[in-house]
Design a protein around this ligand. Structure first.
Ligand code: GSH
Length: 233
């Protein structure tokens, strides 16, 4: 499957994140790299859901990114830096300090450029708006789920699942028989929805979603199209 070409200057070639495993600011940035479910919600509330497309986007375009675990005591991995806090992100040799700055710049460098440079079809815009709505709704529902779990009110799960299933079915309806919303290749809306769902796909909620809705086929196509994570181990 040939990937949609992007202007080469729009793509970072080399992305490195320096972090502590347990730093809340780092975790905010890690969401970008598609690691964890809980962090997904931080990003939804902090920066808007469209940014969730980024890890899927980096993987789709095979942009390599590296995560460097910094020793919190010696900090020897960031000895070269004047700024001595984490997270730090290097993009093509440019150093970004502070989680908010990082998220902002990454979003601009990668996503906004793509958005700005492509003349988005109406449909794609419409779907990105829709995604913002449902993700906020679902994130809210899931946050409720964690709260209610603590309170042992497990029956609240139903509503959360219903919201997720409904969103999945609506998405499949929109595909209208096409492999991707973008047709034979994923467009940014496909990548954004995939970016949102990927962190939960193999958790209970994601498995349930694939089992109980028609989204599985599109999801599998997206997995094939996006390919292996470009994160360097
Ligand atoms: N405003 C910064 C951000 O949002 O990135 C704060 C970053 C921050 O305080 N990081 C902590 C750190 O690096 C770890 S959670 N502390 C080490 C130190 O201050 O020496």
């Amino acid at each position: 499957l040939a990937k949609e070409p992007l202007p080469p200057e729009a793509l970072p070639r080399d992305v490195v994140l320096y972090q502590f495993e347990a730093c809340p600011f780092c975790n905010k940035v890690k969401v970008f790299f598609g690691r964890d479910f809980a962090e997904f919600f931080t990003l939804v509330s902090d920066t808007g859901v469209i940014l969730l497309a980024l890890p899927a986007f980096l993987d789709y375009y095979d942009i390599p990114y590296k995560v460097v675990e910094v020793n919190p005591l010696s900090k020897k991995e960031i000895k070269w830096s004047e700024y001595q806090k984490v997270p730090i992100v290097m993009i093509d040799g440019e150093q970004l300090n502070d989680s908010s700055v990082i998220i902002d710049k990454l979003a601009h460098k990668v996503l906004s450029k793509k958005i700005a440079e492509s003349t988005l079809e109406d449909e794609e815009t419409k779907w990105r708006r829709y995604l913002e709505k449902i993700s906020v709704k679902y994130a809210g529902a899931a946050a409720m789920y964690f709260v209610s779990k603590n309170l042992k009110k497990k029956y609240n799960i139903t509503d959360e699942r219903a919201a997720l299933y409904e969103a999945a079915e609506t998405w499949v309806d929109a595909l209208d028989g096409r492999e991707f919303l973008g047709g034979s290749k994923p467009n940014l809306a496909d990548l954004a929805v995939f970016g949102v769902l990927r962190p939960i796909r193999y958790l209970r909620s994601g498995k349930d979603m694939v089992e109980h809705t028609r989204i599985g086929e599109w999801y599998a196509s997206m997995e094939r199209a996006v390919g292996e994570p470009s994160r360097i181990k």
